[in-house]
Design a protein around this ligand. Structure first.
Ligand code: DGY
Length: 328
């Protein structure tokens, strides 16, 4: 069988794959240009891809021998799962192993916003720390006693709630479905409406998937409902936020600040207005980027592909929910 990797993976993973398949690895421009992807997929049985590879209906139909798609990510909004399923192609992904790493980064960003870590670093490097700070200069705020609003209470949302309770924060959440009462109790979280979540929280953290329903769901109208002193953290998907609206809200101080690991179109550079705002902390989509987590993701991505191509169920198969996944 022949497989395509849209970029290099860990050496051990490539070795594993080469034991079984004829492996082609794209080494050029990232993401792989659509035309190239469509021509390379033509004779392939399997594909390992990444969140920035758009695996749309055209790519899927070009892959006439394609039997399995394994994405190196928990998110799968870049794959038209319905088109794949209509062709009997198994789509798999890598959830669970990256839950802790992503939740850790979320807390790191939240702490940065509350305690102005990045701002302090920049101030010193620019040579602007001229005097010993006085008792009411460069103050941040306590996490203790503050209300965290989690939008999307899946695995990562729950891991963030657990960590937040260590900081003695109050946690509210909104999710498509309310979680079980026992789970709410053990996590010490309270379900509220979407509106209430944004009105009451001191910091909102997004952990929902990007779907047609959540697309740019966070817009100016919603941001205006938040407290002036509040923050927004996004380690999920950039397209859940209307970035132009967020930039406006931050510029006009409608909210106090934001920390973003994900963006509508990645990678971003200095031309993105968000990079020019002092009240924004930005990281380059590194939610799962730890040595340990990325290795586990590689193991799972390989196992998912191998199992799917041998006609077995992968470890993590994406389920088809037609309302959610007929995209891109
Ligand atoms: C994912 O796995 O979906 C994360 O965003 C990292 O790419």
């Amino acid at each position: 069988m022949k497989i395509l990797l849209t970029r290099r993976l860990h050496d051990f993973a490539i070795k594993e794959l080469k034991k079984r398949y004829q492996v082609e690895i794209h080494t050029g421009k990232i993401p792989m240009p659509k035309n190239l992807l469509m021509s390379k997929i033509r004779d392939k049985d399997g594909l390992i891809c990444y969140p920035y590879d758009k695996i749309d209906a055209d790519v899927i139909s070009a892959g006439s021998s394609l039997k399995a798609i394994s994405t190196f990510s928990v998110g799968y909004d870049h794959i038209n799962v319905n088109a794949a399923s209509r062709r009997g192609i198994v789509v798999s992904y890598t959830p669970e192993v990256l839950t802790r790493a992503t939740a850790d980064l979320t807390i790191a960003l939240m702490l940065d916003l509350f305690r102005r870590v990045n701002e302090g670093d920049k101030m010193i490097r620019k040579g602007r720390w001229k005097t010993i700070l006085g008792p009411y200069e460069f103050l941040g705020s306590d996490l203790y006693g503050k209300t965290l609003g989690i939008f999307g209470m899946g695995r990562i949302g729950m891991a963030v709630a657990k960590r937040a309770s260590g900081f003695e924060m109050k946690v509210l959440y909104h999710n498509r479905k309310r979680i079980l009462p026992q789970k709410e109790k053990s996590l010490n979280v309270k379900y509220v409406s979407f509106d209430e979540l944004f009105r009451r929280s001191d910091v909102i953290s997004i952990h929902a998937p990007h779907t047609p329903k959540t697309h740019e769901m966070i817009n100016l109208k919603l941001l205006k409902k938040m407290k002036k002193t509040s923050f927004l953290v996004n380690t999920a998907r950039g397209k859940i936020i209307n970035e132009k609206d967020l930039a406006t809200a931050l510029k006009r101080k409608i909210i106090s600040g934001a920390a973003l690991d994900v963006f509508g179109n990645e990678p971003i550079d200095g031309s993105n207005p968000l990079t020019r705002l002092p009240n924004v902390v930005i990281t380059p989509h590194i939610g799962s980027a730890t040595v340990e987590t990325r290795r586990k993701m590689a193991e799972i991505a390989v196992q998912n592909l191998v199992l799917s191509l041998s006609g077995k169920k992968p470890i993590y198969q994406v389920k088809v929910e037609s309302s959610r996944l007929d995209r891109p």
